[in-house]
Design a protein around this ligand. Structure first.
Ligand code: ATP
Ligand code: MG
Length: 287
């Protein structure tokens, strides 16, 4: 079953853009997940169907996810918000195929992750997914250009073959002038932009980011959120970003709100940057 959350008609007046999961009403015309042009009618790239995740540690069980369903279209910038421990990173790890779901299905670009061998999953992840970490994960001995090219170098391609693509990506993240800088000669925001360029090297379908601005000041954070929005809308990437910050989530098309391992609803800032709308809506859903 594909679950598209829609805004119930009778709630639209109260707080525009808020959708509560339990009353989902397919007749509502809000158009919820339509953010960028590509997102409106693009194919579904990420499908999460009734996913449960249990961790078994030292004799007891943690139910990190308890029946999450969501689908995300191509070209959508989606944010995931929720309190600490609500299951956000767990969901991202599952989307990345890094850990299996206990129950339910995760389908990326039509491929059920659970039906792949470990090798197929690793290959799929390298080809179709880009990952961005809070601490950038750049190699300190490599320049910005070499860090962007790293996935190609690991695959055995020569730096020369990647040069054109790397230059294109550094221009995209507005860092052509820093191509020869090593990470310690770049600001945190610049380093994260290098990491975003690296995540895009293989032209992935989806980009997963867990608190990508967690170490950045607000000016640099805004640059990253705007960049992610641009990458989703202009390049047709599906971006899933975990964040605590309403200001950042407001740049997303959709904000999926998780509480205690379930989706309690959704907000649709539609990339407006309206942090107040997200903060209020989030409080209503998760507070
Ligand atoms: N490897 C693990 N083994 C056991 N329990 C885990 C493991 N990873 C996460 N958990 C538990 O699962 C729940 C969800 O964790 P998760 O990391 O997904 O939360 P989160 O929403 O990302 O929180 P935060 O905002 O603090 O990063 C928490 O109760 C956590 O303690
Ligand atoms: Mg987390």
């Amino acid at each position: 079953m594909m679950t598209e959350l829609r805004q119930p008609a009778d709630e639209r007046g109260a707080n525009p853009g808020t959708v509560r999961a339990p009353e989902a009403d397919p007749r509502a015309k809000d158009g919820g997940e339509t953010g960028g042009a590509a997102a409106a009618d693009g194919p579904v790239v990420v499908e999460v169907q009734d996913v449960h995740k249990e961790y078994h540690t030292s004799g007891h069980v943690v139910q990190a996810l308890r029946g999450v369903s969501v689908s995300i279209r191509r070209g959508t910038f989606a944010a995931i918000m929720g309190a600490s421990g609500s299951g956000k990173s767990t969901l991202l790890h599952l989307l990345g195929g890094l850990t299996p779901a206990t129950r339910g299905r995760i389908v990326i670009e039509g491929h059920d992750l659970a039906r792949m061998t470990d090798r197929q999953r690793t290959h799929f992840r390298r080809r179709r997914m880009g990952v961005i970490f809070q601490d950038y994960n750049l190699l300190s001995t490599l320049t910005a250009a070499e860090n962007v090219a790293l996935p190609h170098l690991v695959d055995g391609n020569s730096a020369r073959r990647s040069a054109g693509r790397v230059a294109e990506l550094l221009a995209l993240v507005h860092l052509s002038h820093r191509a020869d800088h090593r990470p310690d000669a770049m600001s945190g925001g610049e380093q994260q932009r290098v990491a975003i360029a690296r995540a895009l090297l293989n032209d992935p379908a989806i980009v997963l980011a867990d608190e990508p601005t967690g170490n950045l000041d607000s000016t640099q954070s805004f640059e990253i959120w705007r960049l992610m929005q641009r990458v989703a809308h202009e390049q047709g990437k599906t971006i899933v970003m975990v964040t605590h910050e309403a200001a950042g989530a407001a740049f997303a098309d959709r904000v999926i709100v998780i509480k205690d391992g379930v989706v309690v609803g959704e907000l649709h800032p539609k990339g407006s940057g309206d942090a107040a709308l997200v903060a209020t809506g989030y409080q209503e859903l998760a507070g």
